[in-house]
Every structure is written in C-alpha cells, then in structure tokens.
Ligand binder design. Sequence first.
Ligand code: GLN
Length: 481
Amino acid sequence: MHPYSSLADTQKGLRDGSLTCDSVLRHFLARIEKEKHLNAFLEVFTQSALEKAAEVDKKIKAGKAGKLAGLVIALKDNICYKGHVVTASSKILDGFQSLYSATVVERLLAEDAIIIGRCNCDEFAMGSSNENSAFGTVKNPRDNKRVSGGSSGGSTVAVAANLCHAALGTDTGGSIRQPASFCGVVGMKPTYGRVSRHGIIAYASSFDQVGPLTNNVQDAASILEVIAGGDEFDSTLSTKPVPDYSKTASAKQGPVRIAYIKDCVDHPGLDPEIRNYMKGLIEQLQQEGHTLHAIDFPYLDYLVPAYYVLTTAEASSNLGRYDGVHFGYRSPNATDLESTYKKSRSEGFGAEVKRRIMLGTFVLSEGYYDAYYSKAQKVRRLIQDKTKEIFAGHDFILLPTTPGTAFEFGANSADPIKMYLEDIFTVHANHAGIPAISLPMVNHSNGLPFGVQLMASHFEEASLFRFAQELMNISALKTSV
Ligand code: GLN
C-alpha cells in the first residue's frame, strides 16, 4: 500500500518513524504543484499547513497527538477557516477573510488534521459540473476534457488526483456524491442534523450538510467521527451521541434487507451499462444471503422539481445578505445606496446564481407562493413519509449515484433543465434528510468511474459505513463492468 493513500497507512509510517507530518505534507504540496492544470485548489495554505505539521510532529513525539494526526485535508471554498480567504467561488466574496472558523474546521484542527487549502466549487455550491465557478472549471483527472462533477468539484479532484488524503465538501442535492461518482472516490453525505453548519456559507439551509470525500470508506468514517455531533451554534443539530464510526466501519455485518427502486434501475435516462451492473449487483447480493426487494417509489418525477423550488427559495433568502455593503465585492460604479445594491449584486453574482435567486424570489412571491413553494413543501413531506415507510422494512436503499459517467465540458450548459436532471438520484437523500454514500465500485467500459449509492435511515451512519465496506470488498474482485 502507498504510505500516502490512507490515514491508516500514513499513521503507521508516522508511528514507525518512516514518515513525518512535514514530509507527508510536502509530498502533497509537490503533487498540487505538479497537477495545477486540474484547477482543483483556489489557494494552498502553505504556511499555516507547515506550521500545523510541525506542531503535530512535536505532539507525536510527546505521545499527545489527536485522532487525525497526519491527515492532510482540503476544504471546499464555502467553509470558513479563521484568517483565511473564503469566496464560495464567487466574485461577490472577493477577498473576504473568515472572522471565525467553522465548527467542522475547529474539530479537525483539535484532532490534529492539517488543512492544506481551499478548493474550487460551483459558485455558492450551485451546480453539477463545477462549470459555475467564477474561478474556472475543474478538470476530471481521468479525462481532462470532462467535468469533475459538482458542486464540490475541486475537493473531489483533490482527493481523486492524490493531492491530499481527504477533503470536506457540502451536499445540498448531491454535491459530494455526484462528483465522487464522476471521479472515482468515496463521497458521503451524513444525516441532516449530524454535522454542524456553523461557519458554512449557506445555499439552502434545510438541505445543506457537510461530509467527507476520501479514497476509502475507513477514512470517511474516521473524519465523520470527528466532525459530527452537537454544537450550540447550530440549533438544527442533534445531540445524539456520536458512535465510534472508525471502529464500526470495519466490523462484520450479517445479512441485511435492501430495497431498490424499480423505476430508478429501469429509468430511461440511466446509462445501459450502469443498469446492467446494478442488476448484476442485486443478484450477487441476493446470492450472498441478503434480502433484496424491488419497491415502488411514486415520487421519482417530483424529486428534482420540488428540490429546485425549495432550494432556490431558501437561496434567495440566504443570498440577500450579499449587498455590496457587508461582504466582499462593492461595485466601483455605484453612486448611491440603491445602485450599490443593484450594481454590486449584478456584477458580483454569476449567471446561474442570479437565475436561482430570481426563481426562488418568484416561487416565494405573493400569488405564486401556494402554487409553488407550499406545494413543493407538501411534496417533500410525502417523500419523507414514503422514505420512512421503506425504512420500516429495510436497512438500505440501493441505487446508482448518477445517470451516467462524467460528461464533456459544455455538454449540459445550454439547457439548465438537462443539467438539473443530473441530480435525479441524489436529491432524494437531501429531501428526506437521510445519510447516503457513493462508492467507486467499478469502471465503465469507457474507462470512467461511476458510483453505486447506498442510503440508510436517519442516524444510521455506522451501519451505512459497515455495509459500504462490504460492497467495496465485493468490488475489489472486479474492476470493470
Ligand atoms: N447539483 C445540485 C444543485 O445544483 C446540488 C448542489 C449541491 O448539492 N450543493 O443544486
């Protein structure tokens, strides 16, 4: 095993003295420099990372290092880190420095992770291809003509191209899992309310969750164990105790009950090879003694429309604070207060963000509120109730992460609806608030990876990791479809 590919291997090297945090960090800094053309990082925090590495090396010698000692991790550019710039890949936050650190950042640092930099993403996390960043697209390391996926494209590529051990992303409708599927890494969205959103630049507050992107299930479990759990700064957070995910991930698990949604596997938009692979996997799991049930989910066609009504409504409210007065960019062409608002927002936001602010404002407006916003809320409730019903008789729902493999730059840009439909298999978990993970089990015959997705009931992350590990053990036997 490569000593830099997982936290466990790196920590083994740190223990036996063949590695130091400084040497591990320098290895990744050199990799970032070498793979600059991918455009995964917007900024490398060289100095603060080197300082932290030196501090952790000392702690290791003194036998006082934290759980994540030696882990080199990147942040999506919508996670605040005190004294460091954060922009949400938007011109409107140009030059803005965080005044405090997000709770997840504080928890990572407290356990001696080394934060290496901030990663490119779609502007305000709105997108499925990282083509909406004000700072350029991110190239898929497997094929540079193709997108990374989004919105956590830079974070995902940083992990896939081995520029760091792991990264944090955010997932509002698939932004961790979809790029993970396109780039061949593990991407995990925790239960809504498991990880603090304090210090995360909001997109849609009732959907957003922070989660890990890693090269293996075990690292994802180790990171979640550190960042999860109650926080007085986020009132939507559960105070449920956080299990030892890092230990349970490798535990043995008996037969499980798995549901798969017939219409997902038979969906006409699904790549035929992915469909065949899913069908084969279902059979194989059955042979191994698990129970598999084909189930109906009558709301499949409503998932994406309801998601875009609700998230744009929440975004239109969340993004009201960027007014050219409080944060970042102020138009030099403004002459009075009103033109400060208008020009700063018009010049500072990109096209997709403006489209969503307008859509969200429209669905909330008097006269249309009941027709769109209220109705979408009702749809969300139906999705939640039906999901609960499924989990009353099953441990997991198994489905693809994405309808296809990574597409070429520009392929979906002319038609926003086409781009939005990329999220068809991921938004379910965000509507329902349940945990979900995308696993890089095999490659397509076109050479690109695609993810297999597993969803579990609220706060069932430990069993999700356990079964995810079992699926990865199956995939180790097979590398292509
Ligand atoms: N692609 C989805 C969107 O554009 C998801 C984004 C996300 O999860 N942040 O809204």
